[in-house]
Ligand binder design. Structure first.
Ligand code: SIN
Length: 510
């Protein structure tokens, strides 16, 4: 693997200049780029391609404010699911921004599913009391991302740089002026008046995840190194129904969308009992954390490492039409959804915590913004309501674009050489990524206890480090991972302390 010397400052390295640099090409990054005025010169840099993002993998859909039910009901469902910890202003901003931004996606050409009269088809997922989720088959993320990417490519003012690794933010006195990158064997600087992070969550810090490869908190680590603020770093979400392949457990696991339960799928344990009936009034459509915990409880009691998801009440033709991606994926493993049960178990899926941003996506560092899963707007509280993530991404992406516009003509910037010293005191980690993700899987899981977290902390504190002066991308990824995990542990412990007198772990969180 290629090694790079990280410079002490930007004085003698190649430089590029842009008006806005967006790091990451998920839905929020691409959409923000499209919502910024065409006179701005925008550079979109990304670790992989737009297809290697969680947005591209999104199956279920986008929650809307114009399906069944009122705005107040949407607000309540989001708040209840978030355990009352969602930020009220942010939730209302998301709900009020839904029509405008979903309308903008349609205008860009996103093909949402509609009936013969041209009306949206609305579906249901966990913890939604009414049907308010729109979709594009069972590949909503792919449909949106293909359209956004092609629209971005048509714009003369937006330039895409794929396969670029963002090393660190260029900051001075808590002002961001761009990013230090590794590209084609060279370290260089991109200076920009505004920097937007859209680097995704943390899924790959775990041994098994529904997240795309490479999503492991790099953007969050950059903010931590720059002494920016983060929030709710211990709030992780495990999706209840992820395909469990007993013969070959892969790191990237395949999601069986909650929309399948929205169409009436039931969950059974090894004894053939419908265990969700005794857990929550919404049964299989209870909030995601509750279903995941109930499944974990069954797995502890039974021999099989998975439970069964049953959607056999639908005909094969209906299933092929409604869930084409899932149907064909499972067929590849010899499972016919119309006749067979689907083996499922919970897996790491989503990160509610992240870079702390205000209602306009602004971080604690001047001219640095964050959107999508790397950001913590506060919308999701302790537990995200299904299909709110794509909605949050577009609404807050749009708010960022508007926000940048408000200061553009008033705040000129003089770019200077910036010191990049963060890495010189922060030594490479010698442990493998596999070992670190194994620790996370076991000690920072859904049912973690105080002892688990303390054990993880000991492992992390005991890591061997080396002060080699040439670093590979993998070295930086491991350093990022450890920084993020330390922040997760710290947040978990702080929250535990503030829950004084309450039982920590399964009981307190259920
Ligand atoms: C799903 O389709 O079940 C995932 C949707 C989401 O994470 O909101």
């Amino acid at each position: 693997m290629r090694e790079y010397v990280i410079p002490f400052d930007t004085a003698h390295i190649p430089k590029k200049y842009a008006d806005v640099v967006i790091i990451g090409s998920g839905i929020a990054g691409l959409y923000t780029a499209l919502r910024l005025p065409s006179h701005m010169d925008i550079l979109l840099v990304s670790k992989g391609s737009y297809k290697e993002t969680n947005s591209y993998l999104a199956q279920g859909g986008i929650a809307t404010s114009f399906g069944e039910g009122t705005h107040e009901q949407f607000y309540k469902d989001t708040m209840i699911c978030g355990k009352g910890e969602s930020d009220t202003r942010a939730v209302w901003a998301m709900i009020h921004g839904a029509s405008e931004n979903i309308g903008a996606l349609e205008a860009l050409g996103v093909p949402f599913d509609k009936d013969e009269k041209g009306q949206f088809l609305f579906g249901k997922e966990g913890a939604h009391r009414v049907s308010r989720i729109i979709r594009s088959g069972d590949h909503t993320g792919k449909s949106i991302m293909d359209v956004l990417y092609h629209r971005v490519k048509e714009k003369d003012n937006i330039h895409i740089l794929d396969n670029v690794f963002a090393i660190d933010l260029l900051t001075q006195n808590q002002q961001c002026m761009g990013v230090l990158i590794m590209n084609k064997g060279k370290v260089s600087a991109i200076y920009a008046r505004a920097t937007v992070l859209n680097t995704g969550g943390i899924g790959n810090l775990y041994a098994h995840t529904t997240n795309a490869k490479g999503i492991q908190g790099d953007g969050i680590a950059m903010v931590l190194r720059a002494k920016g603020q983060v929030k709710n770093m211990s709030y992780t979400q495990f999706h209840p129904t992820v395909y469990y392949n007993p013969h070959h457990r892969q790191k990237q696991s395949f999601l069986i969308s909650e929309a399948v339960r929205g169409e009436g799928a039931l969950l059974y344990n090894e004894k053939g009992e419908r265990f969700m009936e005794n857990v929550h009034p919404m049964k299989e459509l209870a909030p995601r954390d509750i279903v995941s915990k109930a499944i974990m409880e069954q797995l502890r009691k039974q021999k099989k490492p998975y439970v069964d998801l049953d959607i056999t009440h639908l005909q094969e033709e209906q299933l092929k039409e409604r869930f084409p991606t899932i149907f064909s994926f499972l067929k590849g493993y010899g499972i016919n959804m119309a006749t067979d049960y689907i083996p499922v178990a919970p897996n790491m899926h989503y990160f509610m915590g992240g870079i702390k941003v205000n209602i306009d996506g602004q971080t604690s560092i001047h001219h640095l913004y964050a959107c999508g899963e790397c950001a913590c707007t506060g919308v999701h509280g302790k537990n995200r309501l299904a299909s709110n993530s794509l909605l949050e991404a577009i609404v807050f992406g749009n708010r960022i674009a508007k926000g940048i516009h408000t200061w553009w003509d008033k705040e000129p910037i003089a770019f200077k050489d910036i010191r990049c010293t963060a890495f010189h005191s922060n030594h490479a980690i010698m442990e493998s990524q596999e070992t670190i993700s194994y620790w996370m899987e076991h000690y920072f899981s859904l049912n973690r206890s105080m002892e688990h977290v303390e054990h993880l902390q000991k492992q992390i504190n005991g890591l061997n480090r080396s002060n080699k002066n040439k670093l590979t991308v993998e070295d930086i990824e491991k350093m990022n991972a450890v920084l993020v995990i330390q922040a997760m542990i710290k947040d978990d412990m702080q929250k535990r302390e503030s829950l004084e007198g309450m039982t920590y772990g399964t009981t307190a969180k259920s």
